[in-house]
Design a protein around this ligand. Structure first.
Ligand SMILES: *Cc1c(COP(=O)(O)O)cnc(C)c1O
Length: 413
C-alpha cells in the first residue's frame, strides 16, 4: 500500500488503527498454493491466532482455506465466519478433556499433543478420528520463545515416545487419521525442515488409516528490505517430491497440510498511530505516538524490528528517531530508526503488523483497542470499530463494600 492510501485511511478512520491489505493476503495464499501445485491433495489451514477478525477468516474461506485453531473460541469464530467444520483443525495445548469433546461435537478435526490425553480420549471415544502432534525435536529457529519443536518444548508428544503412542492406539482401538508437527516460527534452513519431515514420515508409516500429514508452519517472512525469509518455492519443490515418494510407498495419496499464520498475514498489516509530540533530548529525538504495547506488543515482547513509515510526510529528509508510546511504562517501538522527518500530528505506519498484533492487543492503561480495516480494490472496509468507554465497563459489576460494618466490628473487639 502507498503512503497516500494509508494517510487517506487514517483521515477516514482516525488512529490508532490496523489496516490489512487483502491483496497481499490473497497473493501470499496463492504463492503457497503454487509452491505445492504438484501435490494432488493440498490443504492450507490458516492459523487463526495470528489474526482472528471474522472478515479475515471469511476471506480465507473464500480462498478455499481451512483453519488451524488453538481454542474452542477460535473454532467458534471460524464457524461463524462460515468455514465448514470439516475444514477446521483444532490443535490445543494443555486443555481439558471436555474442551476436546466440545470440539468433536462441533465437528472439527482434533489434534492431540499429550500421551495421557491420548489414552483418556481414545478409551472414551475410540471411534473419533484423531490426529497426533509429534515433537520431532528439531530446532527450527534460533529463538527458543518461538521455536517449539526442540527438546525442552511443552508442545507435542516426543518422537521418543512412539512405542508408547502405538501401545495406546492398539489398546484403545482408536482411529489415527493424521500426524502433525509444528516446529515453531522462523524456518531458515529448508534442509532442517525436510529432516523433521522425514522423521514425521517414519512416524506415519506406523499407522494404516492416515488421511493427512500436517507439517505445521513456522515460515519466516521478511521484515525489511534484504531480510532473510523462508524460501517457500524451494520448500515446495523439495517437500513435494519427498511427499510424493512417501505416498507411493504408503500406497495412498494423502493430503499434505500446512497451517501458516505469519506467512499469510504478517506483511499485509499496517498499524497506524499518530504522533502526539516530537521531543528532542540530549541523546536522541523521541517521536511519541498515541499507542503503546497495549496495541502493538511485538517489538517489546519479541524484540521484533518493524519498519516505520511517515505516511503524512513520506518524502522529507530522513532522521533517526526513537519511537515510543504513551503507556506509563517503557514502551519503545523502535530505537534509532531512520524515518522521514516527523512533525506533530503525523501518522506513522508500522509494517508487518498483520500477524500477532491486534490479537495480542489489550486494554492496559484502560485504553481502547484499535479499529481494524480491511482494504481491497481501493476501498477501506471497517471490520472492527475502535472500542468506546462502554466496552471498558461492560461485564463489570460495581460493588460497594460495607466498610462501616467491618469498622464497627473491629471497634467492638
Ligand atoms: C501458532 C501456530 C501456527 C502458526 O504459526 P506461524 O508462525 O504464525 O505460521 C501453526 N500451528 C500451530 C499449532 C500453532 O500453534
Amino acid at each position: 500500500m502507498t503512503a497516500e492510501e494509508l494517510q487517506n485511511i487514517a483521515r477516514q478512520h482516525d488512529c490508532p488503527a490496523y489496516v490489512y491489505d487483502a491483496h497481499k493476503i490473497i497473493d501470499q495464499y496463492k504463492r503457497l498454493e503454487n509452491a505445492f501445485a504438484k501435490v494432488p491433495k493440498l490443504r492450507i489451514h490458516y492459523a487463526v491466532k495470528a489474526l482472528s477478525n471474522l472478515s479475515v477468516l471469511q476471506l480465507f474461506n473464500q480462498l478455499g482455506s481451512g483453519l488451524d485453531t488453538v481454542s474452542i473460541q477460535e473454532v467458534r469464530l471460524g464457524l461463524q465466519a462460515g468455514v465448514p467444520a470439516h475444514k477446521i483443525i483444532y490443535t490445543p495445548n494443555g486443555v481439558s478433556l471436555s474442551e476436546l469433546e466440545e470440539a468433536v461435537e462441533l465437528g472439527v478435526q482434533i489434534n492431540i499433543d499429550n500421551l495421557i490425553m491420548l489414552e483418556e480420549f481414545g478409551t472414551l471415544h475410540p471411534e473419533v478420528p484423531v490426529c497426533i502432534r509429534i515433537n520431532p525435536h528439531v530446532m527450527a529457529g534460533g529463538n527458543t520463545n518461538i521455536s517449539v519443536g526442540h527438546i525442552d518444548s511443552k508442545f507435542g508428544i516426543s518422537i521418543h515416545q512412539l512405542p508408547h503412542i502405538l501401545r495406546i492406539v492398539k489398546n484403545t482401538g482408536m482411529n489415527i487419521n493424521g500426524v502433525h508437527m509444528h516446529t515453531g516460527s522462523d524456518i531458515l534452513d529448508i534442509d532442517v525442515f525436510i529432516h523433521a519431515a522425514d522423521i514425521l514420515f517414519d512416524v506415519a508409516r506406523n499407522f494404516d488409516d492416515l488421511e493427512f500429514i500436517d507439517f505445521g508452519s513456522g515460515f519466516k517472512v521478511p521484515y525489511h528490505e534484504n531480510d532473510i525469509s523462508t524460501d517457500i518455492e524451494e520448500l515446495g519443490e523439495k517437500l513435494s517430491n519427498r511427499f510424493d515418494q512417501f505416498c507411493k510407498s504408503y500406497g495412498k495419496d494423502l493430503t499434505l497440510a500446512f497451517e501458516p499464520g505469519k506467512f499469510l498475514v504478517s506483511e499485509a498489516g499496517y498499524f497506524l498511530a499518530r504522533v502526539n509530540g516530537v521531543k528532542q533530548t540530549t541523546s536522541t529525538v523521541f517521536a511519541q505516538v498515541d499507542s503503546g504495547f497495549n496495541h502493538f506488543i511485538r517489538p517489546m515482547f519479541y524484540g521484533s524490528q518493524h519498519d516505520i513509515l511517515n505516511v503524512t510526510h513520506p518524502d522529507r529528509k530522513a532522521r533517526f528517531y526513537s519511537v515510543v508510546g504513551y503507556i506509563c511504562e517503557t514502551d519503545t517501538f523502535a530505537n534509532n530508526k531512520l524515518i522521514s522527518g516527523i512533525s506533530d500530528g503525523d501518522v506513522l505506519a508500522f509494517k508487518n503488523a498483520g500477524a500477532y498484533c491486534f490479537t495480542m492487543a489489550s486494554n492496559y492503561n484502560s485504553r481502547f483497542r484499535p479499529a481494524e480495516i480491511l482494504w481491497y480494490d481501493g476501498v477501506s472496509h471497517l471490520i472492527r470499530k475502535r472500542e468506546v468507554f462502554d466496552d471498558l465497563v461492560r461485564n463489570q459489576e460495581l460493588v460497594s463494600l460495607k466498610l462501616d460494618d467491618h469498622a464497627a466490628k473491629v471497634d467492638a473487639q
